[in-house]
Write a protein that binds this ligand. Structure first.
Ligand code: UDP
Length: 455
C-alpha cells in the first residue's frame, strides 16, 4: 500500500465496478483532487480500474470473494449482494490501518449508492460519509414509487394500467418504471432497493446532474430527504482538462481520423454503452435501416453485444458492401471526443445517464433505444421533458429505423427544433459550471462541507 500526503485531507472513494459507475466516481475523484484533497479509491478486486491511468490517486483493492462467482450480467443482483456482504470487513481493516498505523485523517467516505456497505463502515468508524448517485434524480424518485406501489400490494399491474401516467412522476408511465411491473417483484429486488435508497440522516448526496436539467426533481427530493444534496454535474465538464481516461476498454482512436473526413453534422454515432445487448433480428433490421437511410454512421458494436457473438459476424450479408466507406464499425470509441466532433450530427443511444449527459453537453440530438433500468426513464425525459431526441418505436423494423434516422438527421423543422433546444441546454450547462453557476456553487458547498463535516 502506498501512502498519501494529506493536503486538505484524505477522501476515500468506494466505486461500483461497472463502467457507467466507475467513470463518474473517477471523474469526481479528479474534481476533488483538483480542490486539494488526497484521494484513495477503495474498489473491488473484480473488474478493477487501472491504477496507472491515475498515478495521482492511491488505489486499494478490496477482497470481494468473487473469484469463481457467476459475475455475468444475469446474476447482477447476486453480485451486488455479495460485494456488500464481503467488502465491509476488509474496508474497516484498511481504514483502521490508514488512520491508526499511518496517522492519516480521513475527511470523508464517498461511496456509490450500490456500495451501501461503505455507509455502515463509516458509521462504525464514526467517519463522515456521502453517497454518490451516478444516475439522475428522476430515476431515484421512480424507485421510491416502486417501493410505495409494492407496499400497497399493487404488483403485478394489469396491462390496462401500463400506459397510464404515474401520479406525481410525470411524464413517466407505469411501463416506464425501471422494473418489470407486469409481474410480481422478487423480494430480493425490493430488499436491494430499500438498502440502495436508504440514506442515514447525517449523510449527504452527491449527484452527477445539474439544476439545468433537474431543477424540479431536485426541489422535490429535498422534501423527502432532509440531507444536503449537491448537484455538481455534469462531472465530465467539471474535471480538469488533463484528467486521464476512465475506460476499461481500449478506445479505437482511428475513428477520429475517419470523422475528420466527414461533412459537418452528417454522421450518426451509434452506441449502446458498456452493458446492453441486442438480438440478431434487431441487428439485422438496424443494419438495413441504416443502409437505406443513406446517412454516414460510426457504429460501436462491442464484442459479444449481439447475443453471444464474437463481434460482427451476425451483420447481414451484403450490408458492408452496400454501405462501403459511408460507415465505420468499431469495438469501443473515445465517446466524449466523438460527440464533440463537428461531423457528428446525431446519437443513437441506449440512454445511459453518462451518455445522455455527454450528448447534451455537445448539443447532439438523440435517437433513444433504451434497454433497461434508468435508460427507460432517461429516454422518456429526453423525448418528453427536454425534447431533444426521438423515441425509437419497439419492436422497430428497417422502415422505422430508416424513417427515424431521417427525421433526426435531415434538417427539417423537427430536427432543427431539437437541435436548437440542445444548443440552449448546452449553453445553460456551460454557464452552470462556470464561476457563479449552480454546479460551480454546489461544488464549493460540497468542498466546504467536507472540510467542516456534518454534525
Ligand atoms: N463509452 C465510451 N466508448 C464507447 C461507448 C461508451 O467511452 O464506445 C463510455 C461513454 O462515454 C459513457 C460510458 O461509456 O461515459 C457508458 O456509460 P452510460 O452511463 O452511458 O451507460 P452504461 O454503460 O452504464 O450502460
Amino acid at each position: 500500500m502506498g501512502s498519501v500526503s494529506a493536503k486538505k485531507g484524505v477522501i476515500v472513494l468506494v466505486p461500483y465496478c461497472l463502467q457507467g459507475h466507475m467513470t463518474p466516481m473517477l471523474q469526481l475523484a479528479s474534481i476533488l483532487h483538483s480542490k486539494g484533497f488526497s484521494i484513495i479509491v477503495a474498489h473491488t478486486k473484480f473488474s478493477s480500474p487501472n491504477p496507472s491511468d491515475h498515478p495521482e490517486f492511491i488505489f486499494h483493492a478490496l477482497p470481494d470473494k468473487l473469484n469463481g462467482f457467476d459475475t455475468s450480467f444475469m446474476n447482477l443482483l447476486n453480485v451486488m449482494e455479495a460485494i456488500n456482504s464481503n467488502c465491509g470487513g476488509p474496508l474497516v481493516d484498511y481504514l483502521v490501518e490508514i488512520m491508526k498505523d499511518k496517522g492519516q485523517v480521513i475527511s470523508c467516505i464517498i461511496h456509490d449508492a450500490i456500495m451501501y456497505f461503505a455507509e455502515a463502515v463509516a458509521s462504525q468508524l464514526n467517519l463522515p460519509s456521502m453517497v454518490l448517485r451516478t444516475s439522475n434524480v428522476a430515476f431515484m424518485e421512480s424507485h421510491r414509487d416502486i417501493l410505495r406501489l409494492h407496499s400497497e400490494n399493487r404488483f403485478p399491474l394489469p396491462d390496462s394500467e401500463l400506459e397510464n401516467p404515474v401520479p406525481g412522476l410525470d411524464p413517466l408511465r407505469f411501463k416506464d418504471l425501471p422494473v418489470s411491473v407486469s409481474s410480481r417483484i422478487h423480494d430480493k429486488i425490493i430488499e436491494f432497493f430499500e438498502s440502495y435508497m436508504n440514506i442515514r440522516s447525517n449523510a449527504a448526496i452527491i449527484w452527477n446532474t445539474t439544476q439545468v436539467l433537474e431543477k424540479y426533481a431536485l426541489n422535490k427530493l429535498h422534501h423527502h430527504y432532509k440531507v444536503p444534496s449537491f448537484a455538481v454535474g455534469p462531472f465530465h465538464k467539471m474535471v480538469p482538462a488533463s484528467s486521464s481516461t476512465t475506460s476499461y476498454i481500449n478506445e479505437d482512436r482511428g475513428c477520429i481520423e475517419w470523422l475528420d473526413k466527414q461533412a459537418p453534422n452528417s454522421v450518426l454515432y451509434m452506441s449502446l454503452g458498456s452493458l446492453s445487448t441486442i438480438d440478431e433480428k434487431e441487428l439485422e433490421e438496424t443494419a438495413w435501416g441504416l443502409a437505406n437511410s443513406d446517412q454516414p454512421f460510426l457504429w460501436v458494436i462491442r464484442p459479444s453485444s449481439v447475443n453471444g457473438s464474437g463481434w460482427i459476424e451476425h451483420l447481414p450479408e451484403g450490408f458492408q458492401e452496400m454501405v462501403g466507406d459511408r460507415g465505420l464499425i468499431v469495438k469501443w470509441a473515445p465517446q466524449k471526443e466523438v460527440l464533440a466532433h463537428p461531423a457528428v450530427g446525431g446519437f443513437w443511444s441506449h440512454c445511459g445517464w453518462n451518455s445522455t449527459l455527454e450528448s447534451i453537453c455537445e448539443a447532439v440530438p438523440m435517437i433513444c433505444r433504451p434497454c433497461f433500468s434508468d435508460q427507460i426513464v432517461n429516454s422518456r425525459y429526453i423525448t418528453h421533458v427536454w425534447k431533444v431526441g426521438l423515441e425509437l418505436e419497439q419492436p422497430s423494423d428497417r422502415r422505422v429505423v430508416e424513417k427515424t434516422i431521417r427525421r433526426l438527421m435531415v434538417a427539417d423543422s423537427e430536427g432543427k427544433e431539437m437541435r436548437q433546444r440542445m444548443l440552449d441546454l448546452k449553453t445553460q450547462i456551460e454557464s452552470s459550471v462556470q464561476k457563479g453557476g449552480s454546479s460551480y456553487n454546489s461544488l464549493n458547498d460540497l468542498v466546504n462541507i467536507v472540510l467542516i463535516p456534518l454534525p
